[in-house]
Design a protein around this ligand. Structure first.
Ligand SMILES: [Zn+2]
Ligand SMILES: [Zn+2]
Length: 389
């Protein structure tokens, strides 16, 4: 019986697990119930279970045979601070929290693979199942790496996946090299000199300075970044002042930058600093830039991207695996793990039917029809990587 056939036999159970997790969403680093559930299932399947790796992270380890080879398979567990707007029977029972990115599905798919692999034990080596917390901008991937993830659980290669609304069930999409953008947040503090709104000559107006800086920042992507490179710089907040008749002392500019190469994020940072302080000094004000790179770009190793695409093709047919998927401007913190170990990250179809909803939308729901495909892909990655000699 193939992995896909065996896993299909417990599709109903997978669906129940997924809906149970969906009903009890937890934010990053608060995944207590979720990590309890994961740990309990892993122990029940016969895994060695390690809690508290990167705070609420869990690793399940299964060794079979004597080969020193190893693989890491990773899923994320956290939800988002969104009020769910669906009428599902298993809708969120936690006010203001929701599994709106499908991490309930990702966790369930990896648990499905865990169960199958422990039952069949058709491999020779070590499988490390990595259940990471806090993917949504809180640094859970980094926290696990900093906690010695790959020293404690060596992995020859690591693999992850994310659902993609708009891509049909049973289809996969990937690309080699950079696939998802690295992301940075920035704050610029403009300091002028406060004054009465009717006596501007007595002050230095930081509102005017912030406006000029915001305009000048638009030239970084258009004039400093090569036209053939991809980058985005968005000013998303400008805050200044509290009164109609007061020129404030300070103004605050905030936003985000994204690019597919650390070099380009560096170039954006450097030019932002120059423009902000140069424009400010032209007005007699000062500007200070705080630029924080949150995620490195997600880069798929060429050989491992081919390996995961071949494994997906074996499962669903070559015609259902797009190996030249689009670049994605969003970020993904599996990049911290891919920075340390070779591996690849693939997108799995969440359905392309009408009413399919984007992730991070209050109407979103993970599609349970995708569960056996994702679980089978995880399982086959392990079986093929650690094939008995
Ligand atoms: Zn998300
Ligand atoms: Zn996500």
């Amino acid at each position: 019986m193939s992995a896909r056939e065996r896993i299909a036999e417990f599709h109903n159970e997978l669906t129940n697990w997924r809906r149970d997790i969906h009903a009890h969403p937890e934010l990053g680093f608060e995944e207590q119930r979720t990590s309890d559930l994961v740990a309990q299932k892993l122990a029940q399947f016969g895994y060695e279970v390690f809690r508290g790796v990167g705070r609420t992270g869990v690793v399940g380890r299964l060794r079979v045979g004597s080969s020193p080879r190893s693989i890491g398979l990773r899923a994320d567990m956290d939800a988002l601070p969104i009020e769910e707007a669906t009428n599902l029977t298993y809708r969120s029972r936690h006010e203001g929290r929701m599994h709106a990115c499908g991490h309930d599905g990702h966790t369930t798919m990896l648990l499905g693979a865990a169960r199958y692999l422990a039952e069949t034990r058709n491999f020779d080596g070590t499988i490390n199942l990595i259940f990471q917390p806090a993917e949504e901008g809180l640094g859970g991937g980094e926290a696990m790496v900093e906690d010695g993830l790959f020293d404690r659980f060596p992995c020859d290669a690591i693999f992850g996946m994310h659902n993609r609304p708009g891509l049909a069930i049973g289809k996969f999409q990937i690309r080699t090299g950079p696939m998802m953008a690295g992301g940075a947040y920035f704050d610029i503090t403009v300091t002028g000199c406060g004054a009465h709104g009717a006596r501007p000559e007595a002050g230095i107006d930081p509102v005017i300075v912030a406006s000029h800086i915001t305009t000048a920042l638009q030239t970084i992507v258009s004039r400093n970044v090569r036209p053939i490179d991809t980058a985005v710089l968005s000013v998303t907040q400008i805050h200044a002042g509290d009164a109609y008749n007061v020129i404030p002392e300070c103004a605050f500019i905030r936003g985000t930058a994204r690019a597919f190469e650390p070099r380009i994020l560096g170039l954006i940072e450097q030019n932002m600093g120059r423009i902000a302080s140069g424009v400010a000094s032209g007005f007699g004000a000062t500007a200070e830039l705080d630029f924080r790179t949150l995620f490195p770009p997600l880069v798929n190793d060429a050989a491992e991207a081919e390996f995961i695409a071949d494994t997906a093709a074996e499962l669903v047919g070559a015609e259902n695996v797009n190996r030249n998927g689009n670049l994605v401007m969003a970020s993904e913190d599996f990049s911290f793990m891919l920075d340390r170990r070779p591996g690849a990250y693939i997108q799995i179809g969440n359905g392309d039917g009408l009413g399919g909803c984007e992730v991070h939308n209050p109407g979103y729901d993970f599609n349970d029809e995708a569960l056996p495909f994702g679980a089978s892909l995880f399982a086959r990655l392990a079986e093929r990587k650690l094939a008995p000699g």
